[in-house]
Design a protein around this ligand. Sequence first.
Ligand code: DGY
Length: 305
Amino acid sequence: MAELFAVTFNRTDHPMTAEEIVKKSDGVTVLVPTVTDAINKTLLQALPDCVKMIANFGVGFNHIDLSIAKTRGIIVTNTPDVLTEDTADLTLALMIAVPRRISEGERVLRSGDWNGWEPTFMLGKRFSGKTLGIIGLGRIGRAVARRAAGFGLKIHYHNRNRLPKKLEEELGVIWRGCLNQMLAEIDFLSIHCPLTPDTENLINGERMDQLQPHAVIINTARGGILDEDALIDRLKSGHLAGVGLDVYSDEPKINPKLLSLPNVMTLPHLGSATDEGRIAMGQRVIDNILSFLKLGVPGDLIENI
Ligand code: DGY
């Protein structure tokens, strides 16, 4: 970016305050936030008129108030595609690790409490051949479906719109129009929809109660889609077998109760965290800025609501 543009960087890995962002935006045409910068109404209204584009470094854009951006005449882009495979890999890692108790097993070993192989020690549940339910069969959901098929999982999906039959056949997925019915029949639930007002707390206590007690939930999308308090209650009472989480409702804060439960595997929002992915995300940001500056239309334009 420094080779191409006059740039003011945040050279730390920590988010800037809203005041700092506004101050540093003086004379700036393009703002490049990450997914931890809250580009909310107050900040957007305080931005100087020179800001014409928000080129988000990340695919999720729930941290940006699109409608206020629109009223300010600011276009918004994101970085789809380039983190799909990494996020799907991490999703599968959690999906296998939770029923096979991989993180729990490592904790036992490191604590020095392992006495050697025993026939009934730390038995988990088989992963292969089970039924997976995917909410949101977009890019990442499909990449998860492709991987899950390799493990012999039967794959059901719930999506705002049904996919064309040909694509369903290619992916080997079964459409479930009724989310509650799908929940009642699956062994694993993996969440891959964006966080929007419609999906906030989509998986609430009532929906969790539709799941079978041996079911496992995996969330690598956004924490706000899952009601964490309801989740903790059900994990404690045995109404859910386990959960694998990479995202949380109030990151980086984590409900300490989640950390105290053995059947919970928690990762610190690592879905897209690979060297290759980060470089590709940066390149995508640059491509979007260049096409905006040259053609007026960036490739990954998010349609403002
Ligand atoms: C995203 O891009 O939305 C991920 O959550 C972080 O890379």
